[in-house]
Ligand binder design. Structure first.
Ligand code: ATP
Ligand code: MG
Length: 285
């Protein structure tokens, strides 16, 4: 039987979350001994554990069919792969930073300056579009110490909270691009593997929708049901069940996480009571 080969990060910031995503999709992977490859127990899938830098290349040449990694690595490696789905974790940005006591005067500040980075292609493209010449010092890691040791005037690196920058006496002056983990795929998958990918994607999307939504239940007098229905977006219209108490109903609906508090505030104004909010594990449309 055909198997879908997925490459995920062996150790690092994305490895646990990648395995967790597979587990949320009902795919059981045991990797207790941290082998380089293993098979899923209940899905035709083989898992390859690799360095994230190598994943774009292996997906391009078909050693792996699909892979999970940061968009930043996908952009930097410039391999021929398809970006299939953003995964909602591993969020970060790529930013320019300079020593904290320097006065920042805008992008022109960097003209003729040396910038250390592990992302020379992304950075080079950015400054060439702006028509600003800079000198890029490519480093494999520990970019944040480059200014302190006199190797560069500024750095271009991944930032999530900014604490690493502060610890190294730097300040973030420009956030250039945002990145998150994505699923990428080989461009010439066999029909059988494409179908397996579709099955996986179906599960990933159901999980993502669940994470992004809340299930809410409330009681209300029947007279306020029309006003409540006008507030609730829901998948279809909300479900309305009569309560034992005459003239009252229980109303059930699904609300997007990002609209959630606004909806709750509005509901309080139309006599909704005993509002319960629950997490949704999976949501299939
Ligand atoms: P590898 O050994 O696999 O090459 P790495 O050191 O290149 O690992 P990690 O530091 O584990 O990579 O980060 C993996 C990815 O996690 C990054 O490419 C980025 O997409 C994402 N990420 C999210 N937040 C951060 C952060 N604060 N610092 C670094 N990476 C982050
Ligand atoms: Mg790496």
């Amino acid at each position: 039987m055909e198997k879908l080969k997925i490459a995920i990060q062996k150790t690092g910031r994305l490895s646990e979350k990648s395995l967790q995503l597979l587990s949320e999709c009902g795919i059981k992977v045991s990797n207790s001994d941290r082998k380089l490859r293993t098979e899923a127990r209940n899905f035709p899938m083989e898992i390859l554990f690799l360095r994230d830098d190598d994943i774009p290349q292996y997906v391009e040449n078909g050693v792996a069919d699909i892979g999970i990694l940061g968009e930043n690595e996908v952009w930097e490696k410039e391999k021929e792969v398809d970006e299939i789905e953003k995964l909602g974790f591993g969020n970060c940005r790529l930013s320019l930073a300079i020593p904290k006591d320097e006065e920042y005067t805008g992008l022109e500040y960097f003209r003729g300056k040396r910038i250390a980075t592990s992302y020379p292609k992304i950075l080079g493209k950015f400054f060439s579009k702006k028509g600003i010449d800079v000198k890029i010092e490519e480093l494999g890691g520990s970019v944040e110490i480059a200014t302190g040791i006199g190797l560069a005037d500024g750095i271009f690196d991944i930032v999530s909270t900014g604490s690493t920058l502060i610890m190294n006496g730097l300040k973030e002056v420009e956030a250039i691009i945002k990145s998150e983990a994505v699923l990428i795929a080989n461009k010439q998958l066999t029909p059988a593997r494409r179908e397996l990918l579709e099955r996986l994607l179906f599960r990933i999307r159901a999980y993502k929708r669940g994470v992004e939504s809340k299930y809410i239940v409330m009681n209300a007098p029947n007279s306020s049901i029309p006003r409540i229905c006008a507030i609730l977006p829901g998948m279809k219209s909300p479900s309305i069940l009569p309560l034992a108490e005459e003239g009252w109903s229980s109303i059930h609906s699904v609300v997007q996480e990002d609209q959630f508090w606004d909806v709750i505030d509005a509901l309080k104004d139309v006599e909704a009571q005993g509002i319960l909010v629950m997490n949704i594990e999976k949501m299939i449309l």
